[in-house]
Every structure is written in C-alpha cells, then in structure tokens.
Ligand binder design. Structure first.
Ligand code: ZN
Length: 423
C-alpha cells in the first residue's frame, strides 16, 4: 500500500495531487517523510486575500515545507512550490492552499492534531510524543482558540456564573465568567483582576455587535456570583433583567474560612496555656466535609468534639448551616437563616460574627437562591477546580494571555474547523 492512498483518503485538496513520497532515514538529518504536492494541470490558483480564481503570475523555484500530522511519530512534511497570482483587486499576491494559511509552516491538520492532544497532555508532553517543539504546540493551541473565539455563538445565554480565581501567588486574580445553562456550560470570558473594570470589560466584549434592546446582557436571566462588591455593582448595572444569586459554593467558602480563622486563634490561645497538642493536625478535619474524612480523621474529630473549644462550636455551626440549602420553601429557609444568625452572633466568636454580618447585608441576594431552583451551583465549583488545575499546569508561562488561551482551550467548548475530527 502506498502512503499516498492514505493521504488521499484523509485529505481532500481539490485542484492538487500528491507526487513523490520519500522517507529520510536517520543520518545527517532527523528521520522524516517528505511528500510532494503539485497543482493539477489547468487548475487555477486562488488569491489568498479574496479567494477568487486568478491567472498564475509565477511559481516559486524552491518548495515551501509544511509540517503535516506525524506518522508513527515520524514527522511528515508537505513540499509545495507556491504560486503567485494576478488578482484584479489585490494585484500580484501569493495563492492560498487548503492545508495552510498565511505564513505558518504548520498545516491546519497538524495544528488541530496537536491542539487536540494538548487537551489531554501538557504541552511539553505533546511536543515530546510527536517529535515537535513546545512553541509549535503552543501556536497550534493559540490558533485553534482564536478560530473558536471568532466563530462561537454568544446568543441566547440565559445564566451566567461569575467567579474569581487566584492565578498566581500574591494578589494576582482573574475574573471568570461562565455560561451555566443546561446543556451549554462553558467558559465565556477571562479578564485580568477582580475589579469593576474587569467585569465591565467582559460585558463589553459579550455585547459586541448587539445594541439597544438586543444587547446580550439584557437577555440574561440569572447571574450567580460571590458577595464581592465590585461584581455585585456591575451585575446590577449591566444585567438589569437578571436575578443576582449568591452561590452556595462561595457562601460555604466564606463559612469555612471563618472556621479556619477560629481554629487559628484557638491554637494561639492553647499555645499560651501550653496545650497546643490538642489541635495538632486538625486543620483539614474542620475544613473537609465529614463524609470525606479518613478513619483516623473521623476518630480525631469525635475526640475534639468533646472539648469545649470555640473552633468546635464554629464547626458545628458550619455543619448546621448546610440545612439552609435543603429547604423547599423560601419562607422556612428564611426563618432558619435568621435563627442561625442569631445563634452565631451569640457565640461571641469573632470570625463567625463577621460572617453573619456579611450574610445579613446580602440577605435578599441570598434568598434569591430559592427562586432559581435548577441553576446548578455545583457547576461554578467544578469550573473553579478545573481552572485552578489548568492554571497550575500553565504555570510555566507568566503571561496572562497564555493562561487565557490555555483556559479557553480547556473549558471554552469552542467550535473547531471542520477537518478537525479526522485525526
Ligand atoms: Zn484577490
């Protein structure tokens, strides 16, 4: 069987045909396969600017090399002598070829191939597995993300989730916006920082091309967010037809922080009394959900519950708060909330009191949760975890743009060019 037979079956370049295929074994150069390509006789080349068939002006003397999908990890190159055409509109201009674009020496197929693998492996692993460079894998991913962003459809988004993620050590945050509609959950935007401006920039891009009543932000019905003031301000100003909901995942995060603060101050107090051993290795016991504890941790927890420590009381209050989300009626959940808040205030535990003050200030938004049944708040949490994982993998690149590309590639559910699924 000839390699040409396979190539003809996986590619479909009308007006071109394959010529000689040669295998270059290891020697002075690295092992690779060269595949010649010729234009069909009497076929006209197309202008790379407008795509119209035009008469040929001249043909390059040496072929240009394009990197194709590797075969058994052996790099494959297309060799083709580019023509220039005389376009009535664009003058003398290089032709367009179906396997490439612009000056890029990677074929579209190879870029899609590498980009798809980069979803499963780290970029350096992809480069290593397929005998190419890190830079080429990165450019492939960037290309497919750019293509996807240009071709994605942002109409009919009804539910949004807004989240902030620490992308680097220190105070380097990013604002992320997700679509949370059933059947279409994806990352919609990433902006630097977590200010009003960050979220405003997102909405400007989101609304691009739509004006007046047609603005996409006006069609949003639900926005799920944290109690972060800059976000609440922008959501209130821009998504005027939406109900702002405080996310269960974020509320739980604040409550867990309060328990942890309490634990820290207890440790200090015990240390002063020379009894710090009581709370050694207790941190995760108080932070984890009880069902996720190991046997040892569960045993330690039941021992700790016997002490009259503030952290123990805070922990029990945290577990009790879970009931809030279980109510079916907003009325009864509201009664529960108020009673819980009163108990927490009476506990005289400062971090818990601070949490209560925050809740009380946003009581209305919190109660909106019961009007939005069906909007899964687990999704924001799931995205949050995946974002952190991707950010950690992309840690090698310091540039924000790079992280943005990596996140859109992993979570954007972006459309891809048609030929993407052959390899
Ligand atoms: Zn033209």
């Amino acid at each position: 069987m000839l390699l040409k037979t396979i190539l003809n079956s996986v590619t479909d370049y009308k007006s071109f045909h394959y010529g000689k295929v040669s295998f270059h074994e290891k020697g002075s150069e690295t092992q690779h396969i060269d595949v010649e390509i010729f234009s069909r006789k009497n076929s006209q080349a197309t202008c790379s600017e407008c795509g119209k068939k035009c008469p040929t002006y001249d043909t390059a003397r040496t072929p240009r090399r394009f990197e194709f999908v590797p075969l058994w990890s052996i790099p494959v190159f297309f060799l083709y002598k580019m023509r220039r055409v005389t376009c009535p509109v664009h003058g003398v201009i290089v032709e367009s070829v179906p396997w490439g674009d612009g000056k890029c020496t990677q074929t579209i197929e190879q870029r899609q191939f590498l980009a798809n693998w980069a979803r499963r492996l780290s970029r350096s692993e992809v480069a290593e597995c397929f005998n190419t460079t890190f830079g080429k894998v990165f450019r492939a991913v960037k290309w497919i993300v750019d293509w996807g962003l240009e071709h994605r459809n942002l109409d009919d988004v009804e539910s949004l989730g807004v989240d902030e993620v620490q992308v680097r050590k220190g105070h380097h945050y990013a604002t992320l916006v997700y679509q949370l509609d059933a059947g279409n959950k994806r990352l919609l935007g990433i902006e630097e920082g977590r200010t009003e401006e960050s979220l405003e920039t997102f909405f400007e891009e989101f609304d691009e091309g739509a004006v007046g009543e047609e603005k996409r932000s006006l069609k949003v019905k639900w926005v799920c967010s944290d109690m972060w003031k800059p976000y609440l301000n922008v959501i209130g100003k821009v998504c005027t037809n939406a109900l702002n909901i405080l996310d269960r995942f974020h509320i739980k995060g604040h409550l867990t922080d309060a328990v942890n603060e309490t634990r820290k101050s207890d440790v200090k107090k015990l240390k002063a009394e020379g009894r710090e051993a009581v709370l050694t290795k207790s941190k995760y016991i108080f932070l984890k959900n009880p069902e996720n504890l190991t046997d040892d941790q569960a045993e330690k927890l039941s021992e700790l519950l016997g002490y009259n420590l503030r952290v123990v009381r805070a922990y029990l209050m945290k577990e009790d708060f879970e009931r809030f989300w279980e109510y079916r009626s907003a009325y009864w959940s509201g009664r529960f909330l108020d009673a819980w808040c009163t108990r927490a205030m009476r506990s005289k535990i400062e971090p818990m009191k601070k949490f209560v003050k925050m809740l009380r200030k946003h009581r209305e938004l919190l109660m909106n949760w019961f009007r939005s049944r069906g909007l899964s708040s687990g999704t924001v949490e799931g995205f949050n975890n995946k974002v952190k994982l991707t950010a950690r993998k992309a840690y090698g690149f310091q540039a924000f743009e790079t992280l943005k590309i990596a996140l859109f590639h992993a979570l954007g559910r972006l459309p891809e060019p048609k030929s993407a699924h052959r390899f």
